[in-house]
Design a protein around this ligand. Structure first.
Ligand SMILES: C[S@@+](CC[C@H](N)C(=O)[O-])C[C@H]1O[C@@H](n2cnc3c(N)ncnc32)[C@H](O)[C@@H]1O
Length: 247
């Protein structure tokens, strides 16, 4: 047994030891912003939560952002949504690609949004805003030119070696399909939807017929993929990352 598989083997047993839950909570509170926000969120996990971990960094998605910028250009009329923006790095980075656009960052974790708003204060940017939301139901029909849903439709605890046979105890395909249906509703005809680091495939949803894939990336990651029944798709890769909504 190598180190990684022995950690995978012992982790669930270790978590059941008495006092481990409290110790882990206190450790997360003190470790840093991302882990503190996670600990506070998990005190009362909200309905509709996918990836609870707020891991993010500035300019993580250069090829995708560059592609979208080249395809759509920039301008004050351009409306961009970042779903699952965590502590704002993605939105601040998008601003450097789209200096004039109107950008909204949504996140289900209110502690992440508080950090994003605090960071925004220093920027005095009136066309950038943040809000707490676990879905896009509050957004108007056909109101966005581009939507980014990066590293949201996944769950870090499924990223095991070997991967679990089902995702259903943590995230479900049916919820993903509903989320994509609502993203389709709020996207303008001809608009772009970017989904990366997801554990489900847009091509398996009933919305697939409404989109054409316009950008594929051969990513060297080992994210497990699950099908419509939440069952593992063994050795499956899905390079499609940007989709254009049919006009
Ligand atoms: C790994 S972070 C991704 C951050 C950023 N998009 C990136 O790729 O760098 C995932 C984020 O998705 C958020 N999230 C999870 N489920 C969500 C939901 N239903 N609606 C909105 N945000 C959600 C989490 O709170 C977390 O901040």
């Amino acid at each position: 047994m190598n180190l990684r598989s022995s950690i995978t083997h012992w982790k669930p047993r270790f978590r059941k030891l008495p006092g481990i839950g409290i110790a882990r909570f206190l450790y997360r509170l003190l470790k840093g912003t991302e882990s503190r926000n996670l600990a506070l969120l998990l005190l009362r996990p909200p309905k509709g939560l996918y990836q609870p971990y707020g891991t993010t960094s500035y300019d993580r998605y250069q090829e995708i952002f560059r592609y979208v910028r080249t395809s759509l250009g920039d301008g004050p009329q351009l409306r961009i949504l970042s779903l699952g923006c965590s502590t704002g790095e993605e939105v601040f980075c998008l601003r450097s690609y789209f200096p004039q656009a109107t950008i909204l960052g949504l996140d289900i974790n209110p502690f992440n949004i508080a950090v994003s708003r605090w960071r925004r204060l220093r920027r005095r940017d009136s066309r950038m805003s943040f809000a707490v939301a676990g879905s896009t139901v509050g957004q108007a029909n056909a109101s966005y030119d581009v939507i980014f849903a990066m590293a949201v439709f996944r769950h870090g605890d499924l990223n095991l070696s070997p991967p679990p046979s089902s995702s259903g105890h943590l995230i479900r395909f049916a919820d993903f399909e509903e989320s994509v249906a609502d993203l389709t509703r709020i996207l303008k005809p001809g608009g772009l939807l970017a989904i990366q680091n997801a554990m489900f495939r847009l091509r398996d949803t009933r919305l697939a017929k409404d989109f054409e894939t316009v950008l594929e990336l051969n990513l060297d990651d080992k994210v497990p993929l699950f099908d419509r029944n939440n069952d593992l798709l063994p050795d499956c890769k899905y390079p499609d990352v940007v989709f254009r909504k049919n006009g």
